[in-house]
Design a protein around this ligand. Structure first.
Ligand SMILES: Cc1ncc(COP(=O)(O)O)c(C=O)c1O
Length: 398
């Protein structure tokens, strides 16, 4: 008889995942996936880059790269991050196999079984799973429109946390960004501690209005004690998740351990896609592509907001997104999100229930709608299905 390890023995498929497996019908309108639209990928750019690789680059692409990344890509990434005001000269950069690997590495650096990990509530399910897999005890801190509740953060520090994980810009799933004031308040509290912070900026480049990016300056660019912060990013939302590349910008201390961890995970991230990403970035194609998709995501977000105003009961509340992929909707009081999901799947529309993003899996009366992956003509139909079902459920409960 085999015996699974403590870290996996309690992992099991959730009722929600089983329910989602029903939602595979080709006509299903999905607001569930946190992914870009296949139709928007920069296929021509990739073809052009691929065809123009020198023999030396082709050879490099099929070879192992240094664990910390393909050097030309690291150099270009450094330039790119410097433009965001990030302290690249006093930190080191590691290319990761998706930013999810960065989260796993950071968890491995600090989390022993039963150690407390602070996250926002709600939080990114991939990060919650990573912290759980190291048997961390996740303590979720509530958020409002402007970010994490600072009083609750202060209280949570008494739990002796080993790390804090945050998504200050275009949060998944909440869709919102921390105000500048809240960023400063969080840093003022955390600077008094030596708790490492993982700042996940997977969506930071997807602002709908590029002019107000100064309000969303990364914590690592703002902090007086930035060495405490590991800044992570990803090519998944600005190029394609299939290339499986992200990065971590971190202080020398963290860097040395992270490199050793990564060596045991996968030796290096795919060199093939690092060569592509290097050329995509160095040629300016990435900047042009991001400028283009931002406009499309804004149109989709606007379209979804308009449809919600038309079809959802006014008791359903949300904050208009300013970037990213998500709209986080508070359902009318007392409405069960799982029941709503069952009903809308039957009618042909699917979303993710809020409990998925709660560190303890508790129902919270929210749903996450992703607008990134659904063309406009389907958004209206899907939102109408969900709105009609909400109204029916409200009537029934009277
Ligand atoms: C907030 C956040 N961080 C990290 C990731 C992981 O992205 P990847 O591993 O593809 O870079 C995602 C993916 O959805 C995300 O939403």
């Amino acid at each position: 008889m085999y015996v699974f390890s403590d870290s996996v023995k309690d992992l099991r498929s959730s009722a929600i995942r089983d329910l989602m497996s029903l939602a595979t019908h080709p006509d299903m309108i999905s607001f569930a996936g946190g992914m870009p639209d296949n139709e928007l990928f920069p296929l021509e750019d990739v073809g052009e880059i691929f065809n123009s690789l020198s023999r030396r680059e082709q050879q490099a692409a099929l070879q192992y790269a240094p664990t910390t990344g393909y050097p030309p890509l690291l150099q270009e990434l450094e330039k790119w991050l410097r433009k965001k005001g990030l302290p690249v000269d006093t930190n080191r950069l590691i290319v990761t196999t998706g930013s999810l690997q960065g989260i796993n590495i950071f968890a491995k650096l600090f989390v022993n079984p039963n150690d407390v990990v602070l996250t926002e509530n709600p939080s990114f399910i991939g990060a919650l799973s990573a912290f759980n897999s190291y048997l961390g005890k996740i303590h979720g801190i509530p958020m409002d429109e402007e970010g994490m509740n600072i009083e609750k953060l202060k209280e949570a520090l008494s739990l002796n946390p080993k790390l804090l994980y945050v998504m200050p810009t275009f949060h998944n799933p909440a869709g919102t960004s921390y105000s500048l004031e809240r960023r400063k308040q969080l840093l003022a509290v955390m600077n008094e501690t030596s708790v490492p912070i993982l700042e996940d900026d997977a969506y930071g480049d997807l602002a709908f209005n590029a002019e107000d990016t100064a309000l969303r300056v990364p914590l690592k660019a703002l902090s007086e004690k930035e060495s405490q912060i590991c800044y992570s990013g990803s090519f998944s939302k600005i190029f394609g998740p299939g290339i499986r590349l992200g990065w971590m910008l971190l202080s020398d201390d963290f860097y040395r351990k992270a490199e050793l961890c990564k060596q045991s995970f996968d030796a290096c991230s795919p060199t093939f896609t690092q060569v592509l990403a290097y050329r995509f970035l160095a040629s300016g194609k990435l900047d042009r592509y991001v400028a283009w998709v931002r406009v499309i995501y804004k149109q989709r977000a606007d379209y979804m907001v308009d449809a919600i105003m038309r079809y959802f009961p006014e008791e359903a509340k949300f904050v208009r997104p300013q970037g990213g992929f998500y709209l986080w909707v508070k359902l009318p009081d007392g409405m069960d999100e799982q029941e709503l999901l069952k009903a809308t799947i039957a009618d042909g529309a699917v979303f993710v229930v809020g409990s998925t993003f709660d560190p303890s899996g508790t129902s919270n009366g929210y749903i996450r709608l992703s607008f990134s992956n659904t063309p406009e003509e389907k958004i209206e139909r899907g939102i109408r299905i969900i709105g009609d079902r909400m109204k029916q459920m409200m009537k029934k409960s009277l």
